[in-house]
Design a protein around this ligand. Structure first.
Ligand SMILES: NC(=O)c1ccc[n+]([C@@H]2O[C@H](COP(=O)([O-])OP(=O)(O)OC[C@H]3O[C@@H](n4cnc5c(N)ncnc54)[C@H](O)[C@@H]3O)[C@@H](O)[C@H]2O)c1
Ligand SMILES: [Zn+2]
Ligand SMILES: [Zn+2]
Length: 394
């Protein structure tokens, strides 16, 4: 009995030692795409990634999508501190955890979350909220303790949107990561980290699209197409896609759009065109471009009384919008949403399970797969309008 007890104690001690060893893993040197300055190309650098501190998680990124929001940072339309590692739509495996981390462990498949869920703030506690106070929408560029885990050539490199995924390894706060099903193919479910969930949620969660309704989606990129998927799954009977690039129409139709139009083909305002096309029955509109003019167009295009318009496209920073309040006075609802309104740590694992159960398809959204080192090529495909989503693999 005595012997058994001491063996048990020894086991516990060894366990603690091993735990301490795994907690004090060293700095990792790896490749990352660093943006040293605004409007400058990515430079692939060797960086140092410090070990995770308490309540932090170091992740080996295995797949990351290219989203327009990353480009907004490069161009300065979205604020961030430079030098920075952008990228926020990814999936990977936990490499190590800091002290006190309980929700993920080394080896777990995970998705980093650009909208965290601390489960303590007002937004997290409200059933309708999802924009956790820990979200870095003002571009602080650091983890919760106020410091960065990245250095390159002796200089600190800032984080982006609680995630930073254009790197072989990243460190995130525990509230910014969700464990997902072991069976999930990472090179596909990375899209659940941003584009797919944002668009799909904008339709089913924020817009609350109803069966039989008419929906209009402005902008047919990866996010806009995901809005179409959401509208279709909510039972919309008419889904009109709008884009100035007609090459996007075929995919939009394949995913559920019932017709597509380009504003360039009309001289009258698009709201009038849509009203005539539908007999004034547009119930939901979605702006998924990120332009002030199209935000107003989308608002004006939903029914004057019972219409709802959702802003999904990221507004350019430091820009103001002037609009006729009569548009709202008559009864329209104008909403916005970040990350499709999902509560990230609760909902991302469920969305991954839904994908595994084939409730929606991600293949159609992934037009290109490139090795991480070809990141600049991936952005060129976005600029030329050829890609929907490019997934970079490591
Ligand atoms: N709210 C969020 O949480 C969230 C999350 C992800 C992305 N976003 C934002 O959503 C927007 C779309 O992202 P994406 O990755 O799909 O971008 P994208 O660049 O792939 O798609 C935008 C589409 O809009 C079209 N377009 C451009 N100008 C137009 C115009 N004047 N009229 C009609 N169509 C026009 C383009 O041809 C393109 O097909 C971006 O602003 C992005 O920052 C927001
Ligand atoms: Zn994104
Ligand atoms: Zn919170």
């Amino acid at each position: 009995m005595k012997c058994l007890l001491s063996r048990h104690t020894l086991g516990k001690t060894l366990g603690r030692v091993f735990q301490r060893v795994s907690l004090t893993l060293g700095v990792i040197k790896c490749k990352a795409a660093v943006l040293w300055e605004q409007n400058k190309p990515f430079s692939i650098e060797e960086i140092e990634v410090a070990p995770p501190k308490a309540k932090e998680v170091r992740i080996k990124i295995l797949a990351t999508g290219i989203c327009r929001t990353d480009d907004h940072v490069m161009k300065g339309t979205m604020v961030a501190k430079f030098p920075v590692i952008v990228g926020h739509e990814a999936a990977g495996v936990v490499e190590s955890i800091g002290e006190g981390v309980t929700t993920v462990k080394p080896g777990d498949k995970v998705i980093p979350l650009f909208v965290p869920q601390c489960r303590e703030c007002n937004a997290c506690r409200n059933p309708n909220g999802n924009l956790c106070i820990r979200s870095d929408i003002t571009g602080r560029g650091v983890l919760a303790d106020g410091t960065t885990r990245f250095t390159c050539k002796g200089k600190p490199i800032y984080h982006f949107a609680n995630t930073s995924t254009f790197t072989e390894y990243t460190v995130v706060d525990e509230f910014s990561v969700a464990k997902i099903d072991d069976a999930a193919p990472l090179e596909k479910v990375c899209l659940i980290g941003c584009g797919f969930s944002t668009g799909y949620g904008a339709a089913v969660k924020t817009g609350k699209v109803g069966p039989g309704s008419t929906c209009v989606v402005f902008g047919l990129g990866g996010v806009g197409l995901s809005v179409i998927v959401g509208c279709k799954s909510a039972g919309a009977s008419r889904i009109i896609g709008i884009d100035i690039n007609k090459d996007k129409f075929e995919k939009a139709m394949a995913l559920g759009a019932t017709e597509c139009i380009s504003p360039k083909d009309f001289t009258k305002p698009i709201s009038e065109v849509l009203s005539e096309m539908t007999g004034n029955t547009v119930e939901y509109t979605f702006e998924v471009i990120g332009r002030l003019e199209t935000m107003i167009d989308a608002l004006a295009s939903c029914h004057a009384n019972y219409g709802t318009s959702v802003v999904v496209g990221a507004p350019p920073s430091a820009k103001l919008l002037t609009y006729d309040p009569m548009l709202l006075f008559t009864g329209r609802t104008w909403k916005g949403c970040i990350f499709g309104g999902w509560k990230s740590r609760d909902d991302v694992p469920k969305l991954v399970s839904d994908f595994l159960e084939k409730k929606f398809d991600l293949d159609q959204l992934i037009t290109h797969v490139l090795p991480f080192q070809k990141i600049s090529e991936g952005f060129e495909l976005l600029y030329s309008g050829q890609s929907i989503r490019t997934v970079l693999t490591f």
